[in-house]
Write a new protein. Structure first.
Length: 246
């Protein structure tokens, strides 16, 4: 009981002890590597969102058409392809064969491109499929038919009505992708590209048996997961007052 209380006090004060590998406070290592991971996740999700919304909307305009079938196929392939395999393919093509980008490392915008693109593929596919299915459902609603009868153009209907109505579920999916990337996907991508973030650091800590550093990493990820979930719930309530927070 005394040990448990001491651990709880140390956790509240962010004192996880010194890293056995780094020979300095574990929380200091976490705060040093966390911005790199957040930068990678932010770049990948921004790319995924900017591409997925117009792609899914275009596919929804003509369900069953060529663009719709193509989008569905690409999305399913993106969901089914492992990220470590994508990373190795991107390295082989863009770094080794074409020599456009560095294979690994950190420091410039060029170093960010391949890991961010690799991390973005899975959420991009999921976002696109979600936007497509939600758009198709919204476009079949009575208010859309009424807007069309009043002469409102298709582009304006998408921009003013349907996109706004799918904003809350899209935000929830984005938050889930952020949490999954933070707690899982970045481990694979950062290891493949030797990106100095929390994921790569966690793998190195496990290999070296650094329990104190792993505790700090797990606590940080758990805290951010709770914070992101709470933030999204509040934002959803502000956007749609009909949502009840339990």
């Amino acid at each position: 009981m005394v040990q448990l209380w001491a651990f709880a006090v140390d956790m509240v004060t962010l004192d996880f002890g010194d890293s056995l590998w780094q020979r300095r406070p574990a929380v200091e290592v976490v705060f040093e590597r966390l911005p790199n991971t957040l930068l990678l996740i932010a770049a990948s999700l921004a790319f995924a969102i900017l591409v997925a919304i117009p792609l899914g909307a275009i596919a929804a305009l003509r369900p069953g058409g060529f663009l719709d079938r193509l989008t569905m196929s690409i999305g399913l392939i993106g969901l089914a392809t492992p990220q470590f395999f994508l990373g190795l393919v991107f390295i082989m093509v863009f770094a080794v064969q074409l020599k456009w980008l560095p294979t690994s490392g950190f420091g410039t915008a060029a170093h960010l491109v391949l890991p961010a693109l690799t991390l973005a593929i899975t959420p991009l596919a999921r976002f696109t499929l979600m936007v497509r299915s939600s758009m198709i459902e919204e476009l079949n609603q009575p208010y859309v038919r009424t807007a069309r009868a009043k002469g409102m153009g298709r582009a304006r209907i998408l921009r003013v009505h349907t996109l706004r109505n799918i904003l809350v579920p899209f935000m929830n999916l984005s938050a889930w992708e952020l949490i999954v990337a933070l707690s899982g996907y970045t481990v694979v991508v950062e290891t493949v590209f030797a990106w100095p973030g929390l994921g790569h650091t966690a793998v190195q800590a496990i290999q070296r048996g650094d329990l104190f550093l792993m505790q700090a990493i797990v606590f940080t990820i758990a805290f951010m997961t709770v914070f992101i979930t709470l933030l999204i719930d509040v934002a959803s309530k502000l956007i749609d007052p009909r949502i009840k927070l339990n």
